[in-house]
Design a protein around this ligand. Sequence first.
Ligand code: FE2
Length: 289
Amino acid sequence: MEGDGIMKLETNVEGSFYVTIACIDCDQCRQLAPETFSEVSGYSAVIKQPIHPTEKAKAFQALLACPTGAIHSEDKEGLREAMQDFPLLINDGVYYCGFTSHRSYGASSYLIVHPDGNWLVDAPRWHPHLVENIEKLGGINYIFLTHQDDVADAARYASHFQAERFIHEKELSAQPDAEHIMKGTEPISWHPDFRLIMAPGHTPGHMLLLYRQQFLFTGDHLAWDRDQEDLTAYRDHCWYSWTEQTRSMQRLAEETFSWILPGHGDRIHLPPLQMKEAMNRLVRRMQKQ
Ligand SMILES: [Fe+2]
């Protein structure tokens, strides 16, 4: 793109891939291609040019997942193939969508392929390649919106796939025409495989989705911190009530799960017992904060 050279961050190493000043430090590229991207002075930067094909494929995935188009590559060989990679399989019919939106500050969204209908958890930005690949996986029947910040292009996906959206009434302003409006703070077992868990704190009507007592989609309530190597909740980004968020976390510690799939922050897979211990540690830390 013309003029990109001057927008290039000086923290990039020389070479084909680079990050521009459009970076919002959302961390997506560092999660997808940690060999290539790292945090330098509050932004992402290319710390090592990808050499091996697998590294390059991951760097292109990061370029495509970036919410602000801040990652560029002069060499385009492999870009088209990377578009076909999304949604990326995580485990057992659960996919990461990529193509994050700047409107949700680069939050991750996920697809669950299920025999009784597929679920989208939060929404990516609208992208024809992604839409086509989701169609091949059977489309979308339900869209679960964790909270008001991460709806991105949910309305367009809902309209295209004739999908029904779930949102809490306290977040309704972000998706006023949602089909299913949840209320209160009690969890709801919507289907034997899908449990909707209310977790006010980050926002007043934040919800989590628990799939098969294994995969917990946590929005901005809970994530893994790779530096601390432990679970974390973001007090600095708690927009509603830390006291409420701590109470929600305490209730959540009673549930069984082994995967945490957040909007922001790292994903993690731990054995259920280890996860429970980590949850109890987090609750204790939160109560002291
Ligand atoms: Fe949020």
